[in-house]
Every structure is written in structure tokens, then in C-alpha cells.
Design a protein around this ligand. Structure first.
Ligand code: FES
Length: 111
């Protein structure tokens, strides 16, 4: 089973493949900030410090939301309510304090 480590708490969980980061956080007993749980609010961004290639590919909705938040699109930042775990990875939750989801720019919409 994939093993996911949350820092800085150093808590981990072993989860079934295809488990969302948000649910893995609950299993690990860490507080992952989130709101809508459906790729709309942008509050659940987390930094992937290891194993970015072990997560599900980014879908268009997630990419658009990260872009509106001016967050990286290279897979180092993912939405915990969208990215699914398929192998071992490490997640930095302190990242959640480094951006403000209210800064989302819906005017920058290109779709
Ligand atoms: S919780 Fe709203 S986008 Fe993930």
C-alpha cells in the first residue's frame, strides 16, 4: 500500500491506491485545510516534496484552479481534494499558510 508522510508533523498513513490526499490526511490524523472538497475553492493546496510522480495526473479543472491562484503547475503543488495517491509520497502542509485562497482571480479565466 502507498505510504504518505505529512510534514512537519511527521505523521504518515498507509492508504489504498487511488486515495485522495485529503482522505489520507484524515487517516494520518493531520489537519489538511480544505473547503469545498470539489475543486472550486482552492483552499486545499499542498506542496509535494517527494513522490510527485506517484500522484494521479492533474486534470484540467485542478490545473485551471491552480493557475487562477497563481500556484505552480509543475506538479509540486496539488489540490488535496483532487490528487490521488498511487505510490509513496511526502506532503508539506506548512505550504497551506503561504498563500491565500481568497486571492483567487476569476477574472483571469481563459475558458
Ligand atoms: S477543498 Fe476546495 S478546491 Fe479542494
Amino acid at each position: 500500500m502507498p505510504r504518505i508522510l505529512f510534514t512537519p508533523a511527521q505523521k504518515f498513513a498507509e492508504v489504498d491506491p487511488n486515495t485522495k490526499i485529503l482522505l489520507a490526511g484524515r487517516k494520518a490524523g493531520v489537519n489538511v485545510r480544505f473547503g469545498c472538497a470539489s475543486c472550486r475553492c482552492g483552499t486545499c493546496g499542498v506542496k509535494i516534496t517527494e513522490g510527485a510522480d506517484q500522484l494521479s495526473p492533474m486534470k484540467t479543472d485542478e490545473e485551471k484552479l491552480l493557475k487562477r491562484l497563481k500556484l505552480p503547475l509543475d506538479g509540486t503543488v496539488r489540490l488535496a481534494c483532487q490528487a490521488r495517491i498511487n505510490g509513496d509520497c511526502e506532503i508539506d502542509l506548512d505550504f497551506q499558510d503561504t498563500y491565500n485562497p481568497e486571492d483567487i482571480n476569476f477574472l483571469d479565466e481563459d475558458d
